[in-house]
Design a protein around this ligand. Structure first.
Ligand SMILES: *Cc1c(COP(=O)(O)O)cnc(C)c1O
Length: 473
């Protein structure tokens, strides 16, 4: 399988694409064609989660030997790392909905599912090549910790993750800062998340510095993450249809609701649907930062400024733009790299582009519908889900449940992706339910562990000096 940039440049096979991330022409890597699995789904029913992951990802990673993919999948998805024997368990709630448990991994959010695999896959590629990679990134909580738990202890990789001093929850801080592995570096910046992101951008733009210190990224546009996420859409369809009679299973449609930010998670659902998994609707749920709902309901894409992107009670969805959207737009314009590049040029020049002429196709052809929630909606949904089904959900998942309710149809299971566990967002859970979520003994112990960070000023020279002193070579 070969990859091309959405703006036209050839990008080589999977191994090159996961190490490089962004294409040199500014576009995103996409497979030259999408593999089909619609008529093979019954062959996959008996597979365990790691076996399914190796099979699904193997369709995209044709340059990685199947035995290596199987090893990486088993090392990524096991009960030492995930609290559920199913890895991704399904749980029925009220209103014809089922939660798809994507948050059983080490950091209690769905990003572990992709990041654990990507860590193993990068380690494989770098070992083959005799290279090392220093992952430099900024986090407001979820992404950085998932990256650190995927990279810790690996000889070929280190993580240098910037976080804003004093702005994360106690739980998020404990989770990241208690990692004392030699190859994990938590850098606490005097500033906010945007400052952290800006510092990372400054050093990454210096190509000589980047090359000299083997700097890389594992952000949400990395196709390794997108490919790994496709697995759980296939898995959820298989588990949701286990109880359907064998004669009715073929073509049995389910819908998914996806709490969305950078359009990474739902893009994997879009690929699963294009590969032949019987998915009726993909319900895109946003919070107050609803740039994606605006696009899917008007056809106009207009990213926002930091000032127009308020902090909400579902902070992992607080995005000003949706970095993966280009891959969807590429499909909408018939996989035409010139038209894609022209739209992004227009975006750079005017701050917006207009695809309203194609709006009807978003739902009719691609099944994507959208909605948006407010803080009050999420609080109400958390309370109602607890009262009706006895299940505590986190504010991101609540956004999905709230928006999904508008699109539930008779005889079509609505599978809502649970993107984080409530323990991670205790303050909002307390506001909704009047009591704090139960914190396991294991996580109480986590809060008490010693923590290590390096504090730096909001200053590019300080970050450069830290990288020079700590990057692997
Ligand atoms: C990252 C994240 C999201 C958004 O996912 P995207 O792939 O960026 O759309 C939603 N919920 C939680 C808890 C997250 O960590």
């Amino acid at each position: 399988m070969q990859y091309v940039s959405t703006r036209g440049t050839a990008m080589g096979p999977y191994q090159d694409v996961i190490v490089e991330g962004l294409a040199a022409d500014g576009g995103l890597a996409v497979p030259e064609s999408l593999p089909q699995i619609g008529d093979r789904l019954e062959e996959l029913r008996a597979l365990t989660y790691p076996e399914l992951a190796a099979t699904v990802i193997g369709l995209f990673a044709t340059d990685v030997p199947p035995t290596e993919l199987a090893r990486i999948a088993h090392e990524s998805y096991n009960t030492e790392k995930f609290r559920s024997a199913d890895i991704v368990p399904l749980k029925q709630i009220n209103g014809g909905m089922t939660l798809v448990g994507l948050s059983e991994g080490p950091t209690l959010a769905f990003k572990d599912l992709a990041m654990q695999f990507l860590g193993g896959a990068l380690d494989y590629v770098l070992t083959q090549r005799g290279e090392v990679l220093n992952i430099v990134g900024a986090t407001s909580g979820d992404t950085g910790s998932a990256a650190e738990y995927a990279i810790r202890g690996r000889d070929t990789l280190s993580a240098i993750i910037l976080s804003p001093q004093g702005r994360m929850s106690d739980f998020q801080r404990a989770q990241m800062y208690s990692l004392l592995d030699d190859n994990i570096h938590n850098v606490a910046v005097e500033g906010n998340f945007d400052d952290c992101q800006h510092l990372v951008k400054l050093v990454s733009q210096d190509l000589d510095f980047k090359r000299k210190h083997h700097i890389g990224a594992v952000n949400s546009i990395n196709f390794g993450r997108i490919s790994a996420q496709i697995t759980y859409y296939v898995w959820a369809w298989l588990r949701a249809t286990d109880a359907v009679s064998a004669t009715d299973r073929a073509g049995f449609e389910v819908s998914f609701a996806v709490p969305s930010g950078n359009f990474g998670n739902i893009l994997s659902g879009h690929y699963a649907r294009s590969m032949g998994v019987p998915i009726r609707r993909l319900v895109l749920a946003t919070n107050e930062n609803n740039v994606l709902h605006e696009f899917f309901s008007t056809g106009i894409y207009r990213p926002r400024s930091a000032e127009q992107t308020p902090a909400t009670s579902s902070p992992s969805m607080d995005v000003s733009k949706a970095s993966n959207l280009e891959r969807f737009v590429y499909e909408v314009v018939g996989r035409d790299p010139e038209r894609t590049a022209a739209l992004w040029r227009e975006l750079d020049e005017t701050g917006t582009f207009d695809l309203s002429s194609e709006l009807a196709r978003f739902s009719e052809e691609y099944g994507i519908v959208s909605g948006t929630s407010t803080h009050a909606h999420r609080i109400h949904t958390m309370r109602a889900t607890f009262e009706d089904a006895g299940v505590v959900i986190d504010p991101h998942t609540a956004d999905g449940v709230y928006v999904a309710a508008f699109f539930v149809e008779p005889a079509v299971p609505m599978l809502v992706l649970e993107t984080a566990l409530p323990e991670k967002f205790a303050a909002t859970v307390t506001e909704a339910l009047g009591e704090a979520p139960v914190v396991s003994a294991e996580h109480q112990a986590l809060l008490a562990l010693p923590q290590r960070t390096t504090d730096i000023a909001n200053d590019e020279a300080a970050l450069r000096a830290f990288i020079e002193a700590n990057a692997k070579h």
